[in-house]
Design a protein around this ligand. Structure first.
Ligand SMILES: O=C(O)[C@H]1NCC[C@@H]1O
Length: 343
């Protein structure tokens, strides 16, 4: 066996969404912030994304996360999220996987019944409470970076769909939020392919027509995911909604989407539909749930914002070692769009 770089990856999923975690074989570059660390990885080590998230070693249906030393002095670990087409500043399902893997493999000491950690991400510091028992991390909840609306009731012309009314909100990455009902979707599993095709079209049109830049970090810009929002219901006194987020190049987030949940809460709060302290149960296309709430109001670059908490569970699925034979013709992988849809 001749492998040029041996990368150790622990498999995990959060409420159905695969978020693998690199625990060895990759050194993060030195940087003065996690955002700079992310930018250096994009510039210098992007081959890792191709190698781990494309055929023949991986798949576009997963994300991988690199655990790094933190840059901020009061953080416990750093996290760089690598998705198939994008490096998001933050990701809820990936954070839940990363924390669960870090605790269950002993990279970070576990304290029962609750381990409190601060994770340094390109979006900022995220404080985490991990409920642990008998060596198992049972639930991870995190206080996300502030979420806010960037465009409210904006109009987007989408080829084949006409003029749509959408919101754009930031929850750790930038979402175009569209009513699922208005487009005839119930968010059932059988709709996955059609949701992906429609969602990618909406994302491309909205990204072009609704420029969106984070007011405090202009490096965070451009809509990169579509969130189909199901109707808000109240069940047993608790606000709840289903959603489906389309992750490029074209698949549905299997989890309820942590950053999308924060973005949705910002939009609901702006309309007076979700108050500070009120519970919000967000469910996925698989009917798995994230328990959410708005903890407090905030402001970001003059925008009204909310600080949200999102919680869910993750499970480890295995440990793999990946590498590349020096004669392998596909060192950074390849893609064929037979397994997803491209517009
Ligand atoms: O939970 C989240 O925030 C995400 N899950 C996959 C797509 C987003 O990164």
């Amino acid at each position: 066996m001749r492998l040029q770089q041996l990368v150790t990856v622990v498999g995990a999923h959060a409420e159905g969404e695969v978020g693998r975690v690199i625990t060895g074989g990759v050194l993060a570059p030195p940087a003065s912030s996690m955002f700079e660390c992310q930018q250096k990885i994009i510039a210098e080590q992007d081959g890792l994304r191709g190698m781990l998230l494309s055929d023949p070693r991986g798949s576009v249906n997963a994300a991988v996360n690199l655990i790094t030393p933190p840059v901020a002095p009061d953080a416990d670990l750093g996290m760089i999220v690598i998705e198939s087409d994008h490096y998001p500043p933050m990701s809820g399902s990936n954070l839940i996987c990363t924390v669960t893997v870090a605790l269950e493999t002993g990279m970070v000491p576990m304290t029962e019944p609750v381990t409190r950690l601060c994770v340094d991400t390109p979006a900022g510091l995220v404080r985490v409470a991990a409920e642990c028992a008998d060596g198992k991390c049972r639930r991870v909840s995190f206080r996300n970076v502030p979420a806010f609306l960037m465009h409210r009731d904006a109009m987007v012309e989408v080829p084949g769909l006409g003029l749509l009314t959408v919101d754009v909100a930031y929850g750790g990455m930038i979402y175009v939020i569209v009513s699922a009902e208005a487009l005839g979707f119930t968010l059932a599993r059988e709709e996955a392919r059609s949701l992906v095709e429609t969602g990618e079209r909406i994302k491309i049109a909205a990204a072009e027509q609704l420029p969106s830049i984070h007011p405090e970090n202009p490096g965070i810009h451009t809509i990169n995911q579509t969130l189909f929002a199901g109707p808000l219901h109240e069940r047993d006194g608790v606000k709840t909604a289903k959603n489906a987020v389309v992750v490029s190049p074209g698949r549905i987030d299997r989890s309820p989407c942590g950053t999308g949940s924060s973005a949705r809460m910002a939009a609901l709060h702006a309309r007076g539909e979700l108050a500070v302290g009120e519970r919000f149960v967000h469910s996925s296309i698989l009917d798995t749930i994230f328990e959410c709430a708005i903890e407090e109001e905030a402001t970001v670059g003059g925008h009204d914002a909310v600080v949200t908490r999102v919680g869910g569970r993750a499970w480890l699925t295995g440990i793999s070692h990946y590498g590349c034979d020096p004669e392998d013709p596909f060192p950074t992988g390849y893609r064929l769009n037979d397994s997803w849809l491209t517009c």
